[in-house]
Each structure stands twice: as structure tokens, then as C-alpha cells.
Design a protein around this ligand. Structure first.
Ligand SMILES: [Ca+2]
Ligand SMILES: [Ca+2]
Length: 268
């Protein structure tokens, strides 16, 4: 997605959040907006920090959730101004950040945990932190910048990672069976991330099978359906479409068998 379109989307979100009219004498504070959350996924029993980036978060006063099951602890800490990552613009990626201190019981239910940051009398559009059992995801490990250093991952088990600097590339390897229809899905902007994913799939010899940038005009994330024609390794390559990167460029990657009957790309 282009930077100008990202600005347009943020502007439209901002409009939706504002009341139709507000008494001038109230002088309400600006509405906070979230552009990135790190990490995107945590396990039940999580006890640590969640970082949020966006606009007007320096004024964050509390964080709420309307989830049925409440975290043991959910508080805001250290709201502050934040520099933009290298070569990115504050008016696109946000000017501020806040840390959430989060504790989840060991039996906390899996699913989306909506988080709403409040600044005075204004609330940001909720962002959904995903709670996933520990055995259902892995964390990306560097170095993984090429086919030879690809991180091996299991089909059906998610990976969470970060494109953590400019021109970073994350390469993953799955073991596929001939004829098994697979789907690679990267989730970043759909939740909240500065990453505009560019996803590619290569066969065992390094021949390209498919590359996707945006799902459609509404989503900068990417999905590739493909059918390997031989047993063996398949390489999944993830990078930013504009080669940007920072600690705010988080993603979730899922590579799994899919029963989908839509046409898929075949390996050469
Ligand atoms: Ca990497
Ligand atoms: Ca993209």
C-alpha cells in the first residue's frame, strides 16, 4: 500500500472516531489512534509488556477491554513521544507510543483480546491482540535472511516475527508433499503493524512460485495459495514492500494445508 493511501485510511478512521458535533467549550483532547502493536500474539499465562504506537498516545490514561474474561493485569505505562523509524514519516506511522503491562492467567481463553486505549475522554479504535496456546506458534529466530539460513517451521503452526530493520528479509522453510494444497498467509496491517508485507514462495531449487503484495485495495497483507509438485522443501520469503523495517514491523505468518478449491499456483 502506498504511503499516501495509508494516510488516507488513517484519516478516514479518524473521521469515524470523532463525534458528529462537540461543544466547542469542551475542548476535547485529540483522539488516539493505533498504527502498530508488538507483539501481535501472546500465549495464555503471558506476563510482560505490549507496545503500542500511533497518534496522540502521549496522553494515554488507561487501557480497557470488553473481553468477557479479563486479564489479571492491564495497565498503561510510560506514554511518550516516539521518533519515526528510519525513512518513515511521523504523520504516517504516528508520533507517540505507550507500553501496556499485561498479565494473563494460565487458563486465559484463546482468541482475540480487544484493547482500547483511552486518552482523557477519547478512545482509540480497539486493536485485537491474539491469544494463542504456546504450542500453536513459534517466534522467528535470526539469522534467517537467505535460503541457507531459512528457519524451519511446521505446517499449521504460526510464526510471529519482526522485519526489524531496513532491507531485512525473513526466510522460512516448510516440508511439503506433492499435490498438497497449501496457503501462506501473512497478517500485519490487518491487526496493526507498520509492515506492508511482500510475500514470496520458492521451490526447493529456488525457483519462484508466486509473489503477492496486497490482498486487495483494502488490505496490504498477503495470501498465496500454491500446490507443490514434488515432496520436499518450500521456501517462504517475507519482506517489507518498500524495504522499510523497525521494531514496529511485526507480523504473523501461517503456512497450512487448505481445502480451498480456488485456483492455486503450481510449482514449475
Ligand atoms: Ca531476517
Ligand atoms: Ca503488502
Amino acid at each position: 500500500m502506498t504511503a499516501s493511501r495509508f494516510i488516507a485510511v488513517l484519516a478516514s478512521l479518524s473521521c469515524l472516531c470523532l463525534p458528529a458535533s462537540a461543544p466547542a467549550q469542551d475542548k476535547p483532547g485529540p483522539t488516539p489512534q493505533i498504527t502498530a502493536i508488538v507483539p501481535l500474539v501472546v500465549p495464555p499465562g503471558f506476563n510482560g509488556a505490549i507496545k503500542l504506537r500511533g497518534f496522540h498516545l502521549k496522553g494515554a490514561t488507561e487501557v480497557r477491554t470488553d473481553a468477557t474474561t479479563k486479564p489479571s493485569k492491564l495497565t498503561v505505562k510510560d506514554p511518550k513521544n516516539s521518533d519515526a523509524p528510519s525513512k518513515m514519516e511521523k504523520d504516517v506511522v504516528g508520533d507517540s507510543e505507550v507500553t501496556l503491562e499485561l498479565t494473563l492467567p494460565d487458563d486465559f481463553p484463546a482468541g482475540a483480546l480487544p484493547l482500547t486505549v483511552v486518552a482523557g475522554d477519547r478512545s482509540a479504535t480497539p486493536v485485537a491482540l491474539v491469544v494463542l496456546p504456546k504450542d500453536q506458534f513459534a517466534e522467528e529466530k535470526e539469522p534467517n535472511n537467505g535460503f541457507r539460513s531459512a528457519m524451519k517451521i511446521e505446517l499449521g503452526r504460526a510464526v510471529i516475527g519482526v522485519i526489524n530493520n531496513e532491507r531485512d528479509v525473513d526466510v522460512f522453510e516448510v516440508t511439503a508433499k506433492a499435490g498438497q494444497r497449501l496457503r501462506a498467509t501473512v497478517t500485519a496491517r490487518t491487526t496493526a503493524s507498520l509492515l506492508d508485507p511482500l510475500l514470496s514462495v520458492f521451490d526447493a531449487r529456488g525457483n519462484p512460485i508466486a509473489t503477492r503484495d496486497d490482498i486487495d485495495l483494502k488490505s496490504a497483507d498477503a495470501i498465496i495459495d500454491f500446490v507443490p509438485t514434488a515432496d520436499g522443501p518450500i521456501f517462504i520469503v517475507l519482506q517489507d514492500a518498500l524495504d522499510f523495517g523497525s521494531g514496529w514491523h511485526a507480523y504473523r505468518l501461517d503456512v497450512a494445508p487448505t481445502p480451498d478449491t480456488t485456483p492455486a499456483t503450481k510449482t514449475p
